[in-house]
Design a protein around this ligand. Structure first.
Ligand code: HEM
Length: 390
């Protein structure tokens, strides 16, 4: 049995969450598994190990996706935090309204919305990309989809952000966000069909509950998960699209010349800057990885962002190349819990990439502002100073 490599890196320190990639490179070189003393967490650092662990739910349980016991406790009974066979049943109810078939009718509307919004911003000539695009667009899409009205629409951003922040370790960010995540939890536990717009997907979930297709009392949980898992992540991804294309106008030009590259470009954005870099699991037994044993009961952090930059798997991994098309990136997870909302996220992102590549030659941007976060790595502010139209 080999000795477990250890490190004094704090996975949740401000400077690490703001720019984790140099730290990931160091940890990856130490080994596929490293024990972080400060966090008492075993991190998985290499592509093959990560993918293997995501598939192996019997050894790596989802009952500890968060890094503090209160959040794990609060998530009990959700699809995200359960293991098969219970997970299989919960996930089926959750995915019914997010399948390619269910989303087919939305494509045209989402594309038209993205195009109109980007056209308006190009016309303005300068704008704040995070508020005006990265947040505005998915918030409107998700609100319309689920059928939110009134104060819920206004709270979606705060609630979505807080739901992700509270998955961190017991630190100040987690403590500050618990009350806000609690508001979301509270609202979802008492929401009724009539609170949601007629004909919306949210209403459809309540209809499914009424006809017994999903267990009684689960509609509110499902809506909670759509908001908790789907808002902050998609906002981060769209902000990253704008920032990466602003930094790499040559890559935007490639998509303009060949619009069918939009899906490949989104895969590369997700590989390069995953909205979620680290995600939890718990070892259910002693797990041997290349001779290093993760002890039963240990908290594990799956470093999706480290796997995505593993040179053992991707050539020249620190380069942003839209023609690479890394369909096997880890940013949506993999295996039984692989992102249930990726069809919707892709629809939104492809629509934004399409609109930007058609309408923008390049963007002159000011410095990105980032604020450290426990779970989602996203840009807080991105001033577009000038748009050079296509
Ligand atoms: C770019 C945007 C997104 C990213 C990067 C992302 C990322 C992820 C990841 C990494 C997982 C796997 C978690 C695990 O293995 O434990 C996941 C699961 C999930 N995602 Fe997403 N997600 C995105 C968008 C969305 C959207 C738009 C929705 C819903 C409307 C959504 C709903 C879910 C749900 C419900 C799960 C849990 C599935 C399960 O437990 O079986 N996600 N997502």
């Amino acid at each position: 049995m080999a000795t477990t490599p250890t490190s004094d890196i704090d996975l949740f320190a401000d400077e690490v969450v703001l720019d984790p990639y140099p730290v990931y490179a160091e940890l990856r070189e130490q080994g596929p598994v490293v024990h972080l003393r400060m966090n008492d967490v075993h991190v998985l650092t290499r592509y093959d190990t990560i993918r293997g662990a995501l598939a192996d739910w019997e050894s790596f349980s989802s009952t500890s996706i968060a890094f503090n016991p209160m959040a794990n406790e609060a998530l009990t009974g959700t699809s995200l935090a359960s293991d098969p066979p219970e997970h299989t049943r919960l996930r089926a109810a959750l995915t019914e309204n997010l399948s390619p078939r269910a989303l087919r009718g939305l494509k045209g509307r989402i594309e038209a919305k993205a195009d109109a919004l980007v056209a308006e911003l190009v016309e303005k000539g300068s704008f704040e990309a995070i508020d005006a695009l990265a947040r505005a667009f998915p918030l409107e899409v998700v609100a319309d989809l689920i059928g939110f009205t009134g104060h819920v629409r206004d709270n979606m951003l705060r609630w979505g952000q807080a739901a992700m922040q509270v998955l961190g370790p017991t630190n100040q960010r987690t403590a500050e966000n618990f009350p806000v995540a609690g508001e979301l939890y509270e609202w979802c536990s008492q929401v009724e069909a009539t609170d949601l717009t007629e004909g919306s997907v949210g209403r459809g979930i309540f209809d499914a509950e009424a006809r017994g297709a999903i267990p009684p009392g689960t509609a509110g949980h499902i809506i909670h998960q759509y908001l908790g898992a789907g808002v902050d992540t998609t906002i981060a991804a769209i902000g990253n699209i704008v920032a990466l294309f602003a930094r790499h106008p040559d890559q935007l030009a490639l998509v303009r010349a060949n619009p069918s590259l939009a899906p490949a470009a989104f895969n590369e954005v997700l590989r390069f800057w995953p909205p979620i870099n680290a995600w939890g699991r718990r070892a259910t037994r002693d797990v041997d990885i290349d001779g290093v044993v993760i002890p039963e009961g240990a908290q594990v952090a799956i470093l999706l962002g480290a796997g995505n930059r593993d040179p053992r798997h991707y050539e020249n991994p620190d380069a942003f190349l839209v023609e690479r098309n890394p369909v096997d990136h880890l940013s949506f997870g993999y295996g039984p819990h692989g992102c249930a909302g990726q069809g919707l996220a892709r629809l939104e992102a492809h629509a934004v990439i399409g609109a930007l590549s058609r309408r923008v030659d390049h963007l002159v941007v000011g410095p990105e502002v980032r604020v450290p976060g426990n779970t989602t790595r996203s840009i807080e502010e991105l001033p577009v100073l000038e748009v050079i139209p296509a």
